[in-house]
Design a protein around this ligand. Structure first.
Ligand code: MN
Length: 500
C-alpha cells in the first residue's frame, strides 16, 4: 500500500524534471549533484547506501511534486552543511543567494530537535523550525521530502531511534503536510509511521483489512466500467480510478466509538474518483452518478468545489447506495483540483506555471516568484499567520502546538465562508475568529438555523450565525471557561482587563 521511492541516478532525476519542466536549469542540478557527490564522498548511511543516494532520492521526491530547479538542487545539497566541511558561503558563491538561503534554511531546520524534548522545549523548537521554514515555502517542501525518504528507510535505524522519529512524523510532519494541502503526502507519512508507533495494531489491521480491501477493489472495478459507459453516453471525457483509504486513517476511523472497530461501518475503504476536464462536467458527472445510484441521506453530498476547505481542497464527495446494501463514496473533481489535492501547496507552483506559460519568462518561475501571498492562497496566508503569531508572544507559541496541529473542523458563516477551527471550538471562538467586535457583542448563536448556547461544541460542516447585541461592550468572564482557541481567550482577557 505504501509507495516506496526507488534509488535513482542523476540521469533519471534529470529525465523526471525535464518531463514536467522542459526549461529546467539542468546545469544547475548537475552542478549541485557534483558538489554533493564530491563533499559526501564515501559517507555511508546506516543502510549501507552512500549518502548521495539519499540526496538523489530527496531530489527525486521534490521532482515528483514538480517543483523548480532550485528546490531540486536544494534536495541534493540539503545535508552538505550539516554533514560535511562545506560552508554556506561556498554555496552562495557557486549557486547564488537564493540557493544558499534555501540550504541554510534546511540546515537550521535539521538542527532543531523536537523529539525527546519536554513540552516547553518542544514549543520553542517548533517555533525555531517554523521560523526557518517560513522564510521560503520551498524549505518546507524539501524538508518534507527529506523526512519522507528517512521514513522509507527507517528500518535501518536502531529500534530505540525508530519510535522517536516515527512519533515526530505523526505529530509534526504529517499535520504540516495536511496544513499545506498535501493530502497524499500526509497519508503516506502517517502510514510509514504507523507500523513503528503502533506495531501491534498495525499487524492486526493489516490482517483484518486485507480481504475487505480486496473485495472493495473488485466492486470498484465493476462500478468503474458502469460509470465510464454512462459518461461516454453524455460525451463527458473523464478519468475514473479507485483510491484505497490509507491504513492509518482507516485505523483512526475504526477507533471512533460509533464504528466499534467494525470495518463494515467504514464506507470509504475504497472510493471511486472521477476526474473531469472542467467544473461543469463535475456537476454533470454528479448528476449521472445520482441517476445510477441513490445518495445516502445521512451521509449527504459535500460540495467542496462551491466551498473549498481553507487549505484549498476542492472536490465533490457523495455517498451512494449500490443496491446490494453496500455504500460507496464517489469523489468528483477536475484534473487541476486533483493535482492540488495530491500535492497541495507544491502543486500550486506547477499550476501557476502552466497558466502563465505565455506571460512570464521561465527565469521568473524558476526564481519561485509564485510563492506570493498576493495569490491569496489560503495556505500562504496560513503560514504567514503562523509566523506572525510565533513572533508575537509566548502565549501564541503555545497556539502553534495546541491549535494548529490538532484536529480541525470546518464551519461556515451564513454567507458560506469557510472557517477552520480546532475540534471542540464554540460559537464564541467562531465569533472572535470572524471579528473581535462580533466576539465582544455575541449574545446568542444559531447553528444550522437552530438556537444553541454559546458553549455549544461546533461540528464539522455546520453553519453558524452569531446574534449580536450592539449595546454590549464586553464579553462575559464565564466565556473563559469554555472558549477553546487562544485567540478568543486572549481577546476576552484583554477586554475584561481593559474594562475594570
Ligand atoms: Mn537528509
Amino acid at each position: 500500500m505504501i509507495r516506496k521511492s526507488k534509488t535513482i541516478t542523476i540521469e533519471q532525476l534529470l529525465d523526471r524534471v525535464v518531463n514536467y519542466h522542459p526549461r529546467a536549469d539542468q546545469d544547475l542540478i548537475k552542478k549541485a549533484y557534483n558538489f554533493a557527490l564530491q563533499h559526501h564522498k564515501d559517507q555511508k548511511r546506516l543502510s549501507g547506501d552512500s549518502v548521495i543516494t539519499h540526496g538523489l532520492a530527496v531530489a527525486g521526491i521534490v521532482a515528483d511534486w514538480r517543483l523548480d530547479s532550485i528546490s531540486i538542487g536544494a534536495g541534493l545539497l540539503h545535508d552538505v552543511i550539516e554533514d560535511t566541511p562545506a560552508k554556506i558561503d561556498t554555496i552562495k558563491k557557486q549557486f547564488g543567494k537564493e540557493m544558499a538561503s534555501l540550504v541554510d534554511g534546511l540546515t537550521r531546520v535539521s538542527r532543531v530537535r523536537l523529539r525527546g524534548s519536554n513540552n516547553e522545549q518542544f514549543i520553542e523548537n517548533l517555533r525555531k523550525m517554523f521560523l526557518a521554514m517560513s522564510r521560503d515555502l520551498r524549505v518546507v517542501f524539501v524538508k518534507l521530502a527529506d523526512r519522507y525518504h528517512n521514513m522509507e528507510t527507517l528500518e535501518h535505524l536502531p529500534p530505540d531511534k525508530q519510535f522517536g522519529i516515527a512519533e515526530e512524523t505523526l505529530e509534526v510532519y504529517a499535520p504540516l503536510a495536511e496544513r499545506l494541502g498535501m493530502g497524499q503526502v500526509k497519508g503516506e507519512l502517517e502510514d510509514l509511521a504507523f507500523m513503528y508507533c503502533f506495531p501491534a495494531d498495525y499487524e492486526w489491521l493489516i490482517n483484518y483489512s486485507a480481504s475487505h480491501y480486496k473485495r472493495a477493489g473488485e466492486r470498484i472495478k465493476k462500478l468503474k466500467r458502469t460509470i465510464l459507459e454512462e459518461l461516454a453516453k453524455e460525451g463527458v471525457r473523464a478519468k475514473v480510478d479507485g483510491r484505497s483509504k490509507h491504513l492509518y486513517s482507516l485505523w483512526r476511523k475504526l477507533l471512533r466509538p460509533e464504528n466499534e472497530r467494525d470495518i463494515n461501518n467504514i464506507h470509504d475503504l475504497m472510493a471511486l474518483r472521477i476526474i473531469t476536464d472542467d467544473v461543469k462536467e463535475c456537476y454533470l458527472a454528479l448528476g449521472l452518478v445520482h441517476k445510477l445510484w441513490h445518495p445516502v441521506p445521512h451521509l449527504g453530498v459535500r460540495d467542496w468545489i462551491a466551498q473549498p476547505k481553507p487549505n484549498g481542497y476542492r472536490s465533490i464527495h457523495t455517498n451512494v447506495f449500490l443496491g446490494d446494501g453496500q455504500i460507496v463514496e464517489i469523489q468528483i473533481r477536475t484534473g487541476e483540483m486533483h493535482e492540488q489535492a495530491e500535492h497541495g501547496a507544491a502543486a500550486h507552483w506547477y499550476l501557476a506555471e502552466i497558466k502563465s506559460k505565455n506571460k512570464i519568462n521561465s527565469e521568473g518561475i524558476d526564481r519561485g516568484n509564485f510563492f506570493s501571498p498576493s495569490e491569496k492562497m489560503a495556505w500562504v496566508q496560513q503560514l504567514a499567520a503562523w509566523q506572525d503569531e510565533i513572533i508575537d508572544s509566548g502565549d501564541f507559541i503555545a497556539s502553534v502546538k495546541f491549535d494548529a496541529l490538532k484536529h480541525r473542523i470546518f464551519v461556515f458563516s451564513p454567507k458560506g465562508d469557510a472557517f477552520d477551527l480546532p475540534d471542540g471550538a464554540t460559537p464564541v471562538d467562531f465569533a472572535y475568529t470572524v471579528h473581535t467586535k462580533m466576539g465582544h457583542q455575541a449574545c446568542g448563536a444559531k447553528v444550522n438555523g437552530r438556537m444553541v448556547s454559546l458553549d455549544y461544541h461546533l461540528k464539522n460542516g455546520e453553519i453558524i450565525e452569531i446574534l449580536v447585541d450592539r449595546n454590549r461592550k464586553k464579553p462575559a468572564s464565564s466565556w473563559l471557561d469554555f472558549a477553546k482557541t487562544r485567540l478568543a481567550q486572549r481577546k476576552i482577557k484583554a477586554a475584561l482587563k481593559f474594562s475594570i
